[in-house]
Design a binder for this molecule. Structure first.
Ligand code: EPZ
Length: 425
């Protein structure tokens, strides 16, 4: 597995162009199955999760041309309706291809994606919602086989506002003759992006971004062109890096969907200003902690920023508390931060107390998941000396041109390969 070498202790300074959002691009790529035609998707981040989605589309029979951040997908020849098992195991969220295959082809087959570092990651709400929609679901030797038989109008109330389940219902119900209403739907901005993409194909969905979404089935969907929204989590990650190194960054092409995070960052003493679709963050003095950060469903504080804010709070004077309300075990970055000298006590896998220290120490640590890995890079940037972050493949799943963007703002970061090449020259 690959690693980063980071020499920390320097303030970051400069501009960062925010890429397209991973968590908007992935459902949009699944939705490209629907129209049996051409979808031109712009501002798509060049990350490994997108490449897995492209592989899934190709295995289903779609033609995909990748030109930098623009993907051209021709889905008329999709003939297979079984999602490749190996590719599903690489990316749990590929379960949302089921919804679009059911809508377009009337059937889908896939294997339960299984758990990961964040917890069990069940799909019971996806399956339960399909059944309520009149989709026949059965299991054979671990494979889940779905068939659209008697579609009818229905109202689905989700037990929790699950992002993936909301997206799967939208995809499965956007074609046909019936109306589907989702109550207690996820309200994340990426859901709105998916609605806008499907509507750009001629779909008829209203309400995304709120807790109630109504989908009117359409007979046919047509070719479309769409640009993916900016990545609010990438944005937030760079904001935490500026705060942790007492630096100053200008983020360009931002999503503007980070109100809860900006409140916390201003609360610790960051200076944040907006101008159009740009954000400037400046941090001069030692930050003040004593915060109580609870993750929740949008627009509450995002779980995908919990590891990064935890890393930041290790440098904020005073005692802060973190409560992870979305995933049962989004805590595997904690032990790695402690290796760097962070003063963190874990009450359980969801509740941590963080006491601010003057600085973190360079160390050898391991990324255990995407956002935890990014938090460790931020921690290494704040620590004097050379840190090594192992298993960086996790980070490369969700951050486009990560090393280049960091080098452009003054971070000394190298991969093993770069170090070997330097030694050769
Ligand atoms: C999406 O995951 C995101 N992934 C996650 O981002 C994000 O953390 C999460 O939403 C919450 O915002 C993508 O969009 C690709 P959920 P998803 O269904 O859809 C439970 C990142 O770092 N649940 O909203 O899988 C589930 O276990 C990733 O970019 C069920 O119990 O999340 C969790 O506790 C990580 N049964 C909670 O709901 C179900 O059928 C929220 O999960 C579905 C979910």
């Amino acid at each position: 597995m690959a690693k980063y070498h980071v020499i920390g202790g320097k303030k970051v300074q400069g501009d960062v162009l925010i890429s397209g959002a991973k968590n908007a691009a992935l459902p949009i790529l699944a939705a490209a199955v629907l129209n049996g035609g051409v979808s031109v998707i712009k501002n798509c981040p060049d990350i490994s999760d997108v490449r897995v989605s492209v592989d899934i589309l190709r295995k289903l029979g779609a033609y995909v041309d990748c030109d930098g951040n623009t993907l051209i997908i021709e889905s008329k020849d999709i003939g297979k309706t079984a999602i490749d098992r190996k590719l599903m195991e690489k990316m749990r969220s590929s379960v949302i291809f089921a919804g679009s295959l059911i809508a377009r082809c009337g059937e889908a087959a896939f294997f339960a994606p299984g758990g990961c570092a964040l917890g069990k990651r069940p799909i019971d709400m996806h399956i339960g919602s399909f059944k309520k929609m009149g989709i026949d679901v059965r299991e054979e030797n671990g494979e889940i086989i779905c068939g659209k038989n008697k579609e009818h109008d229905c109202i689905i109330e989700l037990p929790v506002p699950s992002v993936g389940a909301t997206e799967n219902i939208m995809l499965a119900s956007c074609m046909g003759k019936s109306m589907t209403r989702i109550k207690n739907a996820a309200a994340e901005p990426e859901i709105e992006d998916l609605q806008n993409f499907i509507n750009s194909m001629g779909g008829k969905i209203v309400g995304a971004g709120s807790s109630e979404i109504t989908i009117y089935g359409c007979e046919k969907l047509h070719d479309c062109e769409y640009s993916v929204m900016s990545d609010r989590i990438e944005e937030g990650t760079f904001m935490c890096m500026a705060a942790m190194t007492c630096g100053e960054l200008n983020l360009k092409n931002i999503s503007g969907k980070n109100k809860a995070l900006e409140e916390v960052l201003c609360g610790v003493g960051c200076d944040i200003s907006h101008s159009g679709n740009e954000l400037r963050i400046k941090t001069e003095k030692m930050l003040k902690g004593g915060l109580d950060v609870k993750t929740g469903y949008y627009p509450q504080f995002p779980t995908d920023m919990q590891p990064q804010i935890t890393a930041l709070l290790t440098l904020c004077r005073g005692e802060s508390r973190i409560t992870e309300n979305i995933f049962e075990s989004r805590d595997r970055h904690i032990d790695e931060l402690i290796k760097m000298g962070a003063d963190i006590k874990k009450r359980d896998s969801r509740n941590f107390t963080v006491k601010g220290t003057d600085r973190l120490n360079a160390a050898q640590v391991c990324a255990r998941d995407l956002r935890g890995g990014a938090a460790l890079v931020a921690a290494a940037m704040s620590a004097e000396g050379e840190s090594i972050i192992n298993d960086i493949e996790y980070i490369q799943r969700g951050y486009e041109k990560f090393e280049d963007k960091l080098k452009n703002i003054g971070v000394s970061i190298k991969t093993e390969k770069e170090i070997c090449d330097d030694e050769k020259n």
